[in-house]
Design a protein around this ligand. Structure first.
Ligand SMILES: Cc1cc2nc3c(=O)[nH]c(=O)nc-3n(C[C@H](O)[C@H](O)[C@H](O)COP(=O)(O)OP(=O)(O)OC[C@H]3O[C@@H](n4cnc5c(N)ncnc54)[C@H](O)[C@@H]3O)c2cc1C
Length: 418
């Protein structure tokens, strides 16, 4: 069913009783050309672009829970492409461009809102680092604007400019950055893939990866029986190392919890995405329902629990109040956690593996939501053509062994610091 104003009117007149489900619930077939493990944003986008760009439709996406139950439905919804490194910047800029046309592309309202992202700086060092970042963006044809304190004060008058431990000195603005409604992204890609013939199989956990004598993957053991495939693609985000191990891969990834928070709804007050510069780590925006959506650091220890600890709750709220004192008058309504696949350089992996027909999409740390469209497009390209998409060519699995890390924040091989 195509969504349009006419469909809306037609269904309104018939009492909204004839809307069809957004996707089918097929039983798994015995064999597929491609199996994608993980029905998160990246797995669904990969299936969508495989079908749309490469005409490969004999695909199953296997999801152990329900579509959108993972990080794609748990993040703070920020999109941007204000990166520094050659390995990341062109990739995230492609993603931002895809977001800009996405809703028309998959005929679904994902509420893409380019309200602008402002990264604040609080010291001379940070200003220089952001100037460098902004220059790198401009050299790649990406718009960026340095704001002085006065300009920030005009846009964000409610920040603490007076008594702050780290006074706001200015910011780096990317006007095209913003937010997207996260679960609509999962639903939009799922619906688009299903319409092109992809089987979305929910409640189907992959428990083993089966290989033949030649070492090639022939299929997966699942909670719904064995399913064969010609190519296997892993897109399990926080569980990448668990699933990788099923094929004997030791991945350069640690899993950590990241929490998100939503306040009670208030009238429109924050009309940008704001991030605390590197003196702290805090980011905030306002949802269309009025809740302030914010987050901070990862909890700092490895875990597969989708909930975090109280110490980090306190830390996040302290950072928020030190930046925006008025936050102290609001109540937090909801908080939750997601499991992050942290790599050793804070950058993702989209690559083939030492096993010829096994492909890997992982290492998204806490920045993978904004990457969803480009990740799907590039991973589909890799699976279909067996060669990397040019914007993802540096996101290789063996870069740590070869000494070619894409160290975006310059913090070295410690996932808890990225
Ligand atoms: C609190 C929080 C805030 C964040 N904020 C942002 C942000 O503002 N901007 C941004 O860009 N990024 C953000 N992120 C990161 C982003 O959400 C993730 O990097 C991204 O969603 C990961 O890719 P995904 O959507 O494919 O993951 P997921 O949705 O987690 O998909 C992976 C899927 O694999 C499934 N799976 C795992 N094991 C198996 C198995 N054995 N068999 C079958 N299925 C399996 C899981 O159930 C899951 O559904 C945030 C994350 C969190 C948790």
């Amino acid at each position: 069913m195509r969504y349009s104003v006419f469909a809306l009117a037609k269904h309104a007149f018939s009492g909204n009783r004839h809307w069809t489900p957004m996707w089918r619930e097929p039983a798994p077939k015995p064999h597929y050309d491609v199996i994608i493990v993980g029905g998160g944003g990246h797995g669904l986008a990969t299936a969508y672009y495989l079908a749309k760009e490469h005409g490969i439709t004999n695909i199953a996406v296997l999801e152990k829970s329900y579509i959108g139950s993972g990080n794609v439905g748990r993040n703070t919804t920020i999109i941007r492409s204000n990166y520094l490194q050659e390995g990341n910047l062109p990739f995230y800029e492609l993603s931002l461009k895809l977001w800009e046309g996405l809703e028309q592309d998959f005929n679904y309202n994902a509420m893409v809102s380019q309200r602008g992202v402002i990264d604040l700086f609080h010291s001379d060092d940070q200003r220089d680092a952001y100037a460098r970042r902004g220059n790198s963006m401009k050299m790649h044809g990406v718009e960026a604007e340095m704001l002085d304190q006065q300009a920030v004060r005009k846009l964000l008058p409610y920040l603490d400019f007076h008594h702050a431990r780290f006074p706001v000195m200015g910011g780096l603005l990317q006007k095209r950055g913003g937010t997207v409604r996260h679960d609509a992204v999962a639903w939009g890609f799922a619906r688009g893939a299903d319409r092109r013939g992809v089987d979305l199989i929910q409640h189907c956990e992959v428990t083993g990866i089966k290989r033949n004598e030649a070492g090639l993957v022939v299929g997966v053991e699942t909670s719904r029986g064995f399913i064969g495939c010609n190519k296997l693609a892993l897109a399990t985000a926080g569980h990448s190392s668990v699933v990788g191990r099923m094929a004997g891969l030791e991945l350069p990834i640690e899993s950590h919890v990241l929490q998100a928070f939503v306040s009670e709804g208030v009238k429109p007050v924050i009309d940008h995405v704001i991030t605390f510069g590197t003196s702290g780590h805090f980011y905030i925006s306002q949802s269309d329902k009025g809740g302030l959506v914010f987050g901070s650091d990862i909890d700092g220890y490895s875990s597969y629990a989708q909930r975090g600890n109280l110490a980090m709750v306190e830390h996040a709220l302290e950072e928020g109040v030190s930046l925006i004192p008025g936050l102290s008058r609001l109540r937090v309504l909801r908080a939750w956690g997601g499991v992050m696949d942290m790599t050793m350089d804070g950058s993702p992996i989209i690559d083939r593996t030492p096993i010829e027909n096994l492909y890997l999409n992982a290492g998204w740390c806490y920045g993978g939501f904004k990457a969803t469209p480009a990740s799907g497009l590039c991973f589909a390209h890799l699976i279909a053509k067996n060669e990397p998409h040019h914007v993802a060519r540096l996101l290789r699995l063996d870069r740590f062994r070869r000494g070619f890390a894409v160290n975006e924040s310059g913090k070295g091989p410690q996932p808890n610091r990225h």
